[in-house]
Design a protein around this ligand. Structure first.
Ligand code: SAH
Ligand code: SF4
Ligand code: F3S
Length: 446
């Protein structure tokens, strides 16, 4: 299983492994040892398809070599490039046996059987009427860091159609898993030792799942129910959209200590005219006000975001408005990308495409500012005692690593049995992207 792209692809790869297990397949690390190779792809930016074809060229050599030794090898392409360019893939790479889009993973066993029988290629990129989660087996091996943290997809797809984005076309319409199915999976994951759960969705806060009471539950309600699971210490969710940040979810950040004070809330731009052109459905000031309300509800909340530089029509003044928003809000962390033309999306054909050199210049300035803010945020916790959830060994012998509530990696010297526990750590030092600290005794207030 080769996985590219977002956390949802990581989760999906684990679920494809689950659905294939009853057929006798287990994951291996080396493609040359694999009876089946699944390339789980991402279409979000740049020359996604080219990258897939070049990887397929490499995998074809492995497949040919194995087959020359009489060992059959099924080659499958899954994920968002498969969905967007399935026909293209079969045309340009006819040695691919299976092409399947993200909503058809439950049909994988059937497709494997068909590919074996027909000796030709099988393609499934329709959006089926049924929800794959109703047909996938129980998640056996949740994707975890040393079985301490895990992802759980609760919502998938997108109805928002931002001007630049392929996701509504590759993942399909917004759909939410029923509450009972999410809670059952969460309980199993926690029973296996996981302490921190990250709920996934392309618009996770647009979650509206069928509740056990027959009503529709929002993400906030789901979070309250999850917080009741004994042993589940930390809850996160990603990615949320500013438009779907309801009062109930903001209140949950106040009420639920388990809801971590770190929120990834992509804004993309700080310019109202670009936000309008992007079809984001809110203004820069709406975002500022939203952040204020979140921080009122949970004063230690830190934010991270995504930015796109050089969307068609972006002027110097628009870019400056983005810089101003960053200065006003203050981000603990952020991802920033040059706008990349995605065929078939509205912005691809827009006039006033921004020149590459100008995008580079703006990205450089923006990343310098974000870097400054990230360093300042990390510096601000030096001298504090933070609860760290330990996830594994650090790079140096005797060193352990964990994560703070704000998703900062924290290194300490300590024993291996720290893994899976939350301990107070005095933060002493900042490295470029992580922190160093010392374990401290839990002090009981007098
Ligand atoms: N649903 C999330 C984003 C999912 S895609 C949201 O609405 O915020 C992850 C990130 O990739 C986006 O936030 C955006 O910053 C970036 N991205 C998406 N399409 C892009 C494109 N065509 N060019 C550059 N960056 C893009
Ligand atoms: Fe893409 Fe916009 Fe949907 Fe996010 S909200 S997945 S950026 S279309
Ligand atoms: Fe990529 Fe699809 Fe995720 S395009 S970012 S793998 S939703």
């Amino acid at each position: 299983m080769i996985t590219w792209g977002c956390q949802m692809n990581v989760y999906d790869s684990a679920r494809m492994t689950d659905v294939l297990r009853p057929l006798g397949y287990t994951p291996v690390a080396d493609p040359a040892a694999a009876e089946m190779i699944i390339l789980n792809t991402c279409h979000i930016r740049d020359r996604a398809a080219e990258k897939v074809f070049s990887e397929l060229g490499r995998l074809r050599l492995i497949k040919d070599e194995r087959e020359a030794q009489g060992r059959k090898t099924v080659l499958a392409v899954a994920g968002c490039v498969a969905q967007a360019e399935g026909e293209q893939i079969l045309k340009r790479a006819p040695y691919v046996d299976i092409v399947l889009g993200p909503q058809t993973y439950h049909r994988l066993p059937e497709m494997v059987a068909k590919a074996a029988r027909a000796g030709g290629s099988v393609i499934e990129t329709d959006f089926p009427a049924e929800q794959k989660f109703d047909f996938l087996p129980e998640a056996e091996a949740p994707q975890t860091v040393e079985n301490v943290t895990a992802f759980l997809t609760v919502q998938e797809g997108c109805d928002k159609f931002c001007s630049f984005c392929v996701v509504p076309y590759t993942r399909g319409a917004e759909a939410s898993r029923p509450v009972a199915s999410v809670l059952a999976e969460a309980r199993r994951i926690v029973a296996s030792g996981v302490r921190e759960l990250t709920l996934l969705g392309q618009n996770v806060n647009a979650y509206h799942g069928e509740g056990p009471d027959g009503g529709t539950w929002a993400l906030a309600q789901l979070a309250y129910a999850l917080a009741e699971i004994p042993g589940l210490e930390r809850i996160r969710y990603t990615t949320s959209h500013p438009r779907d940040m309801g009062d109930d979810l903001i209140a949950a950040h106040h009420d639920l200590p388990a809801l971590m004070p770190f929120l990834h809330l992509p804004v993309q731009s700080g310019s109202d005219s670009i936000l309008r052109a992007m079809n984001r459905g809110h203004t820069a000031d709406d975002y500022r006000r939203l952040v204020d309300r979140l921080r009122t509800a949970r004063p230690d909340l830190a934010l991270s975001s995504d930015f796109i530089i050089g969307h068609p029509g972006e002027t110097d003044a628009d870019f400056e408005a983005t810089m101003q928003l960053i200065r006003d809000v203050g981000f603990a962390q952020a991802f920033s990308f040059k706008y990349s033309i995605r065929p078939g999306t509205p912005a691809a054909g827009a006039p006033l495409q921004v020149k590459e050199a100008l995008k580079d210049e703006r990205l450089y300035a923006l990343q310098a500012l974000l870097r400054e803010q990230q360093d300042a945020f990390n510096d601000s916790v030096i001298g504090d005692v933070a609860p760290v959830l330990f996830t594994g060994h650090g790079r140096k012998p005797g060193q352990m690593v964990g994560r703070s509530p704000w998703l900062q990696p924290v290194h300490v010297d300590g024993p291996a049995d720290l893994v899976g526990t939350i301990r107070p750590v005095l933060i002493t030092q900042r490295l470029s992207n992580s922190l160093v600290g010392n374990l401290v005794e839990e002090c009981v207030p007098a």
